[in-house]
Write a protein that binds this ligand. Structure first.
Ligand code: AMP
Ligand code: MG
Length: 624
């Protein structure tokens, strides 16, 4: 599914009759408002979200999304909201959800889209079954935006039922397992009862129960990733920083452009501004040059027919001129400029006001990690300060009696602690605030103390070592004692063992990632499990991008587990990206990582890859 083709619409336009006329979406819930929950659930699934509301529009707008009121009079119900959505939305599909459904499924868009496509339908609607009774949820639907005329005709004819217009279109019903996810909240009492329940953070057991088959001792990579994603929650604190300091930070709100960019029609070339109507089709045009327009110094006059103005790149277009001919295409004799027929078309080389950005439109979206181009874009809008998420605090330490820190003598059988440096590097690239807690011995008291300290000071904790089955590894016991932690054997190589959960100490809590000890396994587990979760906690939207490359030689692989092989990506003689596996792939051999410039990702179902076949590759460069 291409989420860029879908806009989300939260239906919040009702009168709240059953709630004593309060605005349902704005009711407090789970530490924020109901609509904020719906927004948080919908946003990752679609390109953009808007809210349909007929009251308190400013309050809704403060969530940083467009607010679209009904376009028909007198509260025609949710269908009028749907109509407003269809009229305004700029994508092929519109996905709707009501503002009082804070538990809506994380895969709503994906499943409805799948159902719509499979059935060749115009609209897909969610359906659940409870005690053998089929329940249709017409307010949870995905539909083609070109249905607007059909819907409007139904509304104009007095139709009001959400599903009343279904006979005129092709509808696909999509069955969802979790009826609770569609629960909506109708009375204030119901709301309060649920609110107390939902302030309790979810338990791992609840999250895990959403999987159809769950075996912690043979967990597929994508199930582990999904559990982690569903369990972690974003840190809500934000701050304003000066523009330059926003580099690498995560935007906490959409940035709305206060101006049109560019603010005037202007020239894209050094040349001559003219009226397109002065150009004969089959004869040269001879125009009189009456002045010059510079960037920052406009020509103040209006050329008459037969006249033109010498113009520099970026200069404001003189009144009445609509085209620019580049200077190298003309001949000039005194103050006469001559253009051959067919040199340009009307409108050429003119940049229109608002062409880059319209005033009032979102220049950048919340969740974006600010890059150099974004700094420039923000500067072009005159934005001096930017709302960003506060930095995520991450504590990390290594565990193992055999570990020595740099500067200590390397006793018999010991190794230098390298993981703490790799982890430091990876966290630093993510822009976290770091708390390096050193090496912790395989000793229950030392481990407990370290975990508690970390938990009381950080949002997340990353440890390495001690989560496999080694006899001296107390790490697992202590972790389990301090909170809701699960231990997995993941179907992957390298890096099978992983501890994940949330621990508590003195009223504070932190998410915990217990990575394996082997140096390569640490990096693989970090990139494929911890990174995404940390970014999610930071409120960032930056999924791992895999690229496709051709395998230079056969890569041996057993189906049934995911393998991450270190590779070197180059361009072959024919210009195609081609990947070669680096020599030694042992999970302790950090050199294989250091020599590699990418990792080849061989998915569960894949078997041996033949030379010339395409594989997925994760490039190290640019990995933030
Ligand atoms: P463990 O998971 O604790 O059994 O460790 C597995 C392997 O990784 C052992 O060979 C450890 O010596 C090694 N190892 C664990 N932690 C580190 C570290 N911080 N730096 C380098 N090697 C480590
Ligand atoms: Mg160990």
């Amino acid at each position: 599914m291409n989420k860029e083709s879908i806009s989300g619409l939260i239906l919040a336009g009702g009168r709240g009759t059953r709630m004593g006329h309060v605005d349902k979406g704005l009711q407090p819930f789970g530490g924020t408002t109901m609509v904020a929950h719906v927004l948080a659930r919908l946003e990752p699934q679609v390109a953009t979200v808007a809210i349909n509301a007929n009251r308190n529009e400013d309050t809704y707008a403060a969530y940083g999304v467009p607010v679209w009121p009904d376009e028909t009079q007198d509260y025609a119900g949710p269908l009028a909201g749907l109509q407003a959505g269809l009229r305004r939305c700029a994508t092929t599909y519109l996905l709707t959800a009501p503002c009082d459904s804070p538990f809506l499924p994380a895969d709503l868009a994906e499943r409805l889209h799948e159902g719509l496509r499979a059935a060749g339908a115009d609209l897909a609607v969610a359906v659940t079954e409870e005690n053998g009774r089929r329940q249709v949820h017409p307010v949870f639907c995905l539909l083609k935006t070109d249905l607007e005329p059909v819907l409007s005709a139904y509304l104009n004819g007095g139709g009001r039922r959400m599903d009343g217009w279904y006979p005129q279109i092709k509808v696909a019903e999509v069955l969802f397992d979790d009826a609770d996810a569609f629960r909506n909240i109708n009375t204030l009492d119901e709301l309060r009862a649920l609110d107390t329940a939902s302030t309790r953070p979810p338990r791992l057991a609840d999250v895990v129960s959403c999987l159809s088959a769950y075996d912690p001792d043979a967990l597929p990579v994508r199930d582990a990733q999904r559990i982690i994603r569903d369990f972690v929650t974003p840190v809500r604190a934000t701050e304003m920083v000066a523009l330059r300091a926003a580099l690498g930070r995560v935007l906490a709100a959409d940035i709305i452009s206060p101006i049109d960019v560019p603010s005037h029609d202007n020239s894209a070339m050094d040349g001559y501004a003219l009226r397109g109507s002065d150009l004969p089709v089959d004869a040269p045009a001879r125009l009189t040059v009456i002045g010059t327009a510079y960037a920052g110094r406009a020509f103040d006059g209006s050329p008459r027919p037969g006249e033109c103005v010498r113009i520099m790149t970026g200069a404001v277009m003189p009144a009445g001129c609509d085209s620019v001919v580049p200077q190298e295409f003309v001949s000039v004799d005194g103050d006469t400029m001559v253009i051959a027929p067919g040199t340009i078309r009307i409108g050429d080389n003119r940049r229109l006001a608002g062409e880059d950005l319209r005033s009032g439109s979102a220049a950048l979206r919340a969740g974006k990690v600010v890059r150099p181009a974004d700094l420039g874009l923000l500067a072009s809008l005159g934005v001096a300060e930017v709302p960003v998420q506060r930095r995520l605090r991450v504590a990390f330490f290594s565990t193992g009696d055999e570990l020595r820190s740099i500067g200590q003598p390397l006793d018999e059988g010991c190794v230098y602690d390298s993981n703490r440096y790799t982890i430091y590097g990876m966290l630093q690239r993510l822009g976290c605030d770091l708390i390096d807690m050193g090496v912790v011995r395989d000793d229950p008291q030392a481990l407990e103390q370290a975990l508690r300290d970390a938990c009381e000071n950080a949002d997340a904790i990353i440890t390495s070592g001690g989560v496999s089955v080694g006899a001296a590894d107390y790490t697992k016991q202590i972790m389990a004692r301090l909170g809701d932690v699960t231990f997995w054997k993941i179907g992957m190589r390298p890096g099978r063992p992983l501890a994940f959960g949330r621990i508590h100490s003195n009223g504070r809590s932190a998410f915990l990632f217990g990575l394996p000890g082997n140096p390569v396994a640490v990096m693989v587990s970090f990139y494929f499990f911890a990174r995404d979760a940390l970014l999610r906690m930071m409120g960032a939207d930056a999924p791992l991008e895999l690229v496709r490359a051709r395998a230079a030689a056969t890569i041996r692989k057993k189906p049934g587990r995911t393998e991450y092989q270190r590779g070197i990506l180059t361009r072959a003689a024919d210009g195609q990206p081609t990947v070669t596996i680096t020599g030694s792939q042992g999970s302790g051999i950090l050199r294989s990582m250091s020599e590699a410039n990418c990792m080849v990702v061989l998915h569960d179902e894949q078997g041996t890859v033949q030379a010339g076949e395409l594989v997925d590759v994760l490039l190290f460069e640019g990995l933030i």
